[in-house]
Design a protein around this ligand. Structure first.
Ligand code: ADP
Ligand code: MG
Length: 262
């Protein structure tokens, strides 16, 4: 078997007394559409944060193309081709959608810059960066007519599309999408499905993070299920859906009333 593009092996991380991840494992192959699902609070975002080096793992390993990046600097992980989007959209309010998308090309450590000013960033965007961003915005179906607007002047779905475009502007091999469908209506979710397929068609692997089972079943070829920081199942949509541990985790979460909040 060839080396997976992303390999997470036995990763643990706790916050205070909370074991967010406990020996969690997962892998994503080159070009694949994979998903990670689990109830709220099960450790999904922590996993994304560990992979992208925003949070340190306390145990275990993260490898990209066989290279250990568990303790690598954030920008090194980005340089290996890993990009992400955030559960709560993080665009820079002072920049246009165009500029926000282009930030991914210059600031490959995940496209978030805090406390920066418009002129500083805008001045650093070269012609090539802007061209890459324009292509990414095309792929994400952000209409040319709104690209010069600021994020707060466009509907929420367009902000998310722009955030995915920013991730794509880093020319990644894998994009981790942390609950991209959250807050979207059914028509927007259908669009998102189409956009994710376009990303895969461009040869880029995706790891879709979701808590909604139905959406993920349509969106991913292979699904890993996490509960309480640990992998409880993985396989195709059909395999996972029938797995008693998965059914129990979801019913348990519903009984506890923890299923739908953000
Ligand atoms: P999910 O994304 O699956 O909803 P998270 O990874 O966000 O779950 O959270 C898993 C658990 O870890 C939760 O109990 C959450 O409160 C806790 N947690 C995550 N990040 C932090 C943090 N930075 N500080 C304290 N607790 C955290
Ligand atoms: Mg989360």
């Amino acid at each position: 078997m060839s080396v997976p593009l992303l390999e997470v092996e036995g990763v643990s991380r706790s916050f205070g007394g909370v074991h967010a991840l406990q020996g969690m494992s997962l892998s994503v192959a080159e070009g694949e559409s994979a998903a990670l699902i689990g109830p709220n609070g099960s450790g999904k975002s922590t996993l994304v944060n560990v992979v992208t080096r925003m949070v340190d793992a306390e145990a275990g390993a993260v490898r990209v193309g066989g290279v250990d990046v568990t303790r690598a600097r954030k920008h090194r992980v980005a340089a290996h081709g890993i990009a992400r989007t955030f559960q709560h959209v993080r665009l820079i309010p002072e920049l246009t959608l165009r500029e926000n998308a282009a930030v991914g090309a210059i600031h490959r450590d995940l496209g978030t810059v805090r406390g920066t000013v418009r002129s500083f960033l805008s001045g650093r965007l070269g012609k090539a960066d802007r061209a890459v961003a324009e292509q990414a915005l095309d792929l994400m179906e952000v209409p040319a007519s709104v690209r010069d607007r600021n994020p707060d002047a466009v509907p929420f779905a367009l902000q998310r599309q722009t955030e995915i475009a920013r991730a794509l502007s880093a020319s990644p091999r894998l994009v981790l999408l942390d609950e991209p469908a959250a807050g979207m209506n059914p028509a927007e979710v259908a669009m998102l499905l189409r956009l994710l397929r376009a990303v895969n068609a461009a040869g880029i692997a995706t790891l879709l993070i979701e808590h909604n089972m139905e959406f993920v079943m349509q969106a991913a070829d292979r699904i890993t299920v996490i509960n309480r920081g640990t992998r409880i199942a993985h396989g195709t949509a059909q395999e996972v859906r029938r797995d008693p541990a998965v059914v129990e985790a979801y019913l348990g979460a519903r009984r506890a009333g923890g299923e739908e909040s953000a």
